[in-house]
Design a protein around this ligand. Structure first.
Ligand SMILES: Nc1nc2c(ncn2[C@@H]2O[C@H](COP(=O)(O)OP(=O)(O)OP(=O)(O)O)[C@@H](O)[C@H]2O)c(=O)[nH]1
Ligand SMILES: [Zn+2]
Length: 347
């Protein structure tokens, strides 16, 4: 929207068009100053991908000379206001994009996000933070034992994935120690894709799902996520066996970092994410990720939470009217909806 330098306050305007005409015939008292501030078009800005964020400094990957990837350090331009930049953001840069030591470019545009993995600090604090932008899938790494699967955390990860537009994938580690079957059964009703994994399992099955896509990896401490990342991205050198206490993660180790898979595709490791506050998520956001359920739920009363306690929820009737698998699907979905309703990120 254009801003007039010398026009009357908006409240006194009756007809915007005549007002503009008025200004044209009666030049602003400030003389040569242009009436409408011309915002830079940034047509020559260089497109890039944010691969790391560290205390206000972004590492942005751009096409260097000859198309070879080049990493440029950049800051947010002031004109972006409070708009945050996260790993996975597609941005446009101006200034020094040479990537040489001690140079700094400016991020002037953040492209619209296709997906956003979000969380809130806890379930009562509605301030939401985008953790990663534009990722295709959320890979939830969980061990089948040692440590025992944190079911509440798994449910919460799935909810965050569905609410953010990411496809969830379960990567079930340490299958040399126990069977993944109980976990597979738990999520069967939701059709969540799952890959069993141990240190000895070939990576093919997992790589087939990561190929050509941008995937975020989340997992609680000790599940074997670093072991996995080091296998997937030789040279990533993620620290293995490091003890991190929930809620006491150091900031230096908590930022997400984007890593390239040798065969194509990228994984984003999120060492600091041990919980998902879901204050920003509604039951509707979750239900919307399941076409069949969403279609049935249009007959629910407005604001229906779709849980077993919601008296007029039509989903029970929907489940009863179909094959037994529908009931299983509804039960699985309601477990996720319970996670939305629960308080406390440690749930
Ligand atoms: N038995 C078995 N142990 C594994 C497997 N994968 C990893 N481990 C062990 O589990 C422990 C934790 O592995 P990490 O890779 O450090 O786990 P993490 O998820 O990165 O945990 P943090 O370092 O706390 O973030 C280590 O002692 C690994 O050697 C597996 O497939 N089977
Ligand atoms: Zn309902």
């Amino acid at each position: 929207m254009g801003r007039d330098a010398g026009g009357p306050p908006l409240s006194r305007r009756h007809d915007r068009r005549s007002d503009e005409d008025d200004i044209r015939v009666r030049p602003s008292r400030r003389g040569s100053r242009p009436r409408t501030r011309t915002r830079p078009t940034h047509e020559d800005a260089v497109p890039g991908l944010v691969v790391a964020v560290d205390r206000g400094r972004m590492t942005v990957r751009v096409d260097g000379p000859g198309g070879a990837p080049l990493e440029v350090t950049a800051m947010r331009a002031r004109e972006l206001g409070r708009h945050g930049v996260v790993v996975g953001d597609r941005v446009r840069l101006v200034g020094d994009t040479s990537g040489r030591t001690d140079t700094l470019a400016r991020i002037v545009v953040i492209e619209e996000r296709t997906t956003s993995l979000r969380r809130t600090a806890d379930d009562t604090d509605p301030t939401e933070r985008v953790v990663v932008a534009n990722a295709d899938q959320l890979v939830v790494v969980t061990s089948v034992t040692d440590p025992e699967p944190a079911l509440g955390f798994l449910d919460r990860c799935l909810v965050a994935a569905y609410a953010g537009g990411l496809e969830p994938l379960l990567c079930l580690t340490k299958t040399d120690l126990a069977s993944p079957q109980p976990l597979l059964d738990r999520y069967a009703g939701l059709d969540v894709d799952a890959v069993p994994m141990s240190r000895e399992t070939p990576l093919d099955e997992l790589l087939a799902r990561l190929d050509g896509r941008m995937s975020v990896l989340v997992g609680q401490s000790g599940v074997g996520k670093s072991t996995l990342v080091n296998r997937l991205v030789p040279g990533a050198f993620r620290a293995i066996g490091e003890v991190t206490k929930v809620g006491k993660g150091r900031h230096t180790s908590s930022s997400a970092v984007l890593l390239d898979l040798p065969g194509g595709g990228t994984v984003i490791d999120t060492p600091g994410i041990r919980s998902f506050g879901l204050a920003h998520v509604t039951a509707e956001d979750v239900v919307a990720a399941f076409d069949d359920v969403a279609e049935a739920a249009v007959d629910c009363p407005p604001g229906c939470g779709h849980t077993a306690e919601d008296p007029d929820c039509v989903l029970d009737a929907w489940a009863d009217a179909g094959p037994p698998a529908r009931r299983e699907r509804l039960e699985s979905l309601r477990r996720l909806l319970d996670a939305v309703g629960q308080l406390g990120p440690g749930y």
